[in-house]
Design a protein around this ligand. Sequence first.
Ligand SMILES: NC(=O)c1ccc[n+]([C@@H]2O[C@H](COP(=O)([O-])OP(=O)(O)OC[C@H]3O[C@@H](n4cnc5c(N)ncnc54)[C@H](O)[C@@H]3O)[C@@H](O)[C@H]2O)c1
Length: 419
Amino acid sequence: MAVDLVVVGLGYVGLPLAAAACEAGLDVVGLDIADEVVAGLNAARSHVGDVPDSAVAGMVAAGFTATTDPAVLAEADTVVLCVPTGLSATGEPDLGPVRGAASTAASRIRPGTLVVLESTSHPGTTEEVVRPILELGSGLRVGEDFHLVYSPERIDPGNERFAMHNTPKIISGCTPLCAKYGVAFYGRFVESLVVSRGTREAEMAKLLENSYRYVNIALVNEIALFCDRMGIDVWDVLHCAGTKPFGFAPFEPGPGVGGHCIPVDPRYLESKARSAGFTFGTLSAARAVNERMPSHVVLRATELLAGRGRTMSGSRVLLLGVAYKRDVADTRESPAYPVARGLLAQGSAVRFHDPAVSEFAVDGRPLRKEHRLDEALDAADLVILLQDHSCYDLIELSSSGCLLLDTRGRSAGSAVTLL
Ligand SMILES: NC(=O)c1ccc[n+]([C@@H]2O[C@H](COP(=O)([O-])OP(=O)(O)OC[C@H]3O[C@@H](n4cnc5c(N)ncnc54)[C@H](O)[C@@H]3O)[C@@H](O)[C@H]2O)c1
């Protein structure tokens, strides 16, 4: 039985892709190594915030299945790899899942198959890592027997305006013919396609997009630290600067940078640059600032408690919002981890409230989850707003009388202290 598309890796990127392709009428199968992911999807249960259970139910009704059996790859016209590109224990790029998924596909692809890599990675990954694995394992030649494309995902979890269909997508091929096949495939469910000169340009463009965010967040974080030192209201500064209609893109300071992409992707760029004897000064400077933010939050928290004649030791601290981003459930690389670690190290009793996050543990030590916000606020000596999920009524929070450290600059009132 032929299948239009096999999506390899059904996470935050792969599942929305599978959903968009299903909606466009393609026959889609999802392949993942995680049994629980596959079982959940086949039972119409989503594990990805942007794809509700009802959407998965619709996919299943349209014929979508998920499997852990790679044999399905032999049936695919198109195979898209959406596997993680994280960091090793030493902070270096970990291409293990990309290599693993490419090897799994290599022995199964047929002449004519289109293989796409969507995972974020450094320039050269498609040509120097994925291509040789596929060619050696299949005995087929890229551009002659099968087609290889790199097309970085631009998904923005929680974004209600831009989804897959209306976000321009970069397509790059190992050969012009490969790119043509890529355009034909994505053109079925993405409105605007941008063909880059080659795969390295597309890989680099993705790293530029995320490094741009990383560096600009670092800049406003450092501006915030300086304003704090000088007694300048950074939120008013940002408001005023943000009114300039040209030449200024607004970014916001915060307790640190989280998620699977923004703090991780610059590492891929730095690592590749290092291997080419090139040093990225802006990225390492940005990292130094961004990684300083959680300890600044802990310092401000300590000062606030001291202002009430308390020490951190023995104080009850409530963290509001431990996810890395507003209105998402994802805690990967969340600054809530280093903040909680810093508070615990000083002997405070730390609890958390986050409607979307069921469990939150720091170094294997689970924090108690608070379900009733009003009771949790009453019981806390200090409340730290780390993520301004839309469920938090900032006016109510400001007037609740609690000692509040607002790292997002959303609240107002005399009991409120901004970052
Ligand atoms: N999450 C985002 O917002 C986002 C945005 C743009 C790009 N990206 C990039 O997309 C890629 C995927 O990220 P994600 O957030 O979807 O990751 P994820 O961790 O949510 O999902 C990855 C899935 O791949 C599966 N997997 C791992 N190895 C596999 C293998 N060898 N074969 C089959 N399945 C395998 C895992 O079980 C998991 O279900 C990464 O390179 C990431 O940098 C992510």
